[in-house]
Design a binder for this molecule. Structure first.
Ligand code: BGC
Ligand code: CA
Length: 351
């Protein structure tokens, strides 16, 4: 009797098993069993940052495209730390406890990566930092830490070159008061951000190297933000008026904020030249119509692609050696490109 029961139970299991596996095929004939989940967690320092939202959207698009032609279900879970490191640490903790395959971090404070790294490391979950570069000491804490960013020196130098070219083609276009010097102001990003420090240092280099005298009227922190830049520019207009010849802005959002102040002003006879960095769509429009003299494209499409490729490889075979441009086994740094009225159409088309 007992034996009979066992046999019938066994048959039942086999029947259920067979019928289950019979439904285990997709319409296209692929076995559902072979479809695995890839879970990628992404935490942003601020989702309302124009550049960061551009790179994130691209990351989601690339993932969707890849999912369509792979045997994986790819989940990208994006969360906003809203400028708080405490929020970000708990978001990373949650990704770890929910067993994500890879965690991508746009870190709030680049000097404070150690806690989240230790969490991810203890669960053996690789981390890809992007756009905000943790200090080297932290990047050395583990061999499954990566960084995707861009060569900040280049972006500063492109700004300087744009002004230099304008000066060479028509001095009075830049040196409005004809005193042989360029009077300039700098709108700086967040203090401590690698791009702020490096861009500010490099934007004047091409001019200095070409023997052009410069006079810095002022530099102010605008924290990458449009509204803060408008406020600073309004103050400068009051303080320096027509004296300002160039506005170097560490990013486009602040350049656009400065433009707003300039457009609402009727005391300055000739506007200063405004140059930005990023190449976000709105700034390209301003370059096209001549309100901005130029910008440097911070290639978010490329950076998003690299972040995704790395995350995908790390979640599947774990080997990222095929990633192009990988330096020291962990860094990928994108090139910037110069944009002025002369070539802006190319970039407007590709947006
Ligand atoms: C971009 C800025 C952005 C910042 C955020 C920079 O690389 O140029 O527009 O606000 O990163 O971290
Ligand atoms: Ca001058």
């Amino acid at each position: 009797m007992k034996i009979l029961k066992k046999i019938s139970l066994c048959l039942l299991t086999v029947t259920i098993g067979t019928s289950l596996s019979a439904c285990n095929y997709n319409n296209n004939g692929t076995n559902k069993d072979s479809i695995k989940n890839i879970k990628i967690g992404v935490t942003l320092y601020r989702q309302d940052d124009a550049f960061i939202s551009a790179i994130t959207k691209e990351l989601e698009d690339v993932a969707k495209e890849k999912e369509g032609d792979s045997n994986y279900k790819i989940t990208i879970n994006v969360v906003d730390a809203k400028g708080s490191l405490t929020n970000q640490n708990s978001q990373v903790e949650r990704f770890v406890s929910q067993n994500y395959d890879v965690i991508c971090v746009n870190i709030v404070d680049r000097t404070a990566a150690s806690m989240m790294i230790d969490k991810a490391k203890s669960a053996n979950i690789p981390m890809i930092f992007f756009n905000r570069e943790p200090v080297e000491e932290d990047m050395e804490r583990w061999d499954k830490l990566y960084y995707v960013g861009a060569k900040a020196e280049q972006s500063g130098e492109i700004q300087g070159k744009i002004i230099l070219d304008a000066y060479k083609s028509n001095r009075s276009l830049v040196d409005k008061n004809g005193d042989g010097k360029i009077q300039y102001v700098v709108l700086e990003g967040e203090p401590g951000h690698q791009d702020t420090l490096i861009r500010t240092e490099h934007c004047i280099k091409p001019l200095i190297e070409n023997g052009i005298e410069l006079e810095k009227l002022s530099d102010e922190i605008g924290n990458w933000q449009y509204a803060q830049a408008t406020t600073k520019m309004n103050q400068w207009i009051k303080e320096f008026g027509d004296k300002i010849e160039v506005v170097f802005s560490n990013n486009d959002e602040m350049a656009l904020g400065a433009l707003e102040a300039l457009n609402n002003d009727n005391t300055i006879k000739r506007h200063p030249l405004v140059v930005g960095i990023d190449g976000i769509p709105e700034s390209l429009t301003q370059v096209k119509n001549g309100a901005m003299i130029g910008t440097a494209i911070n290639d978010y499409k490329y950076q998003a692609k690299v972040i995704f490729n790395m995350a995908y490889l790390l979640s599947t075979n774990g080997d990222i050696s095929s990633v192009e441009g990988l330096e020291k086994g962990k860094y990928v740094m994108a090139d910037y490109s110069e944009v002025t009225k002369d070539n802006v159409d190319i970039y407007m088309k590709s947006k």
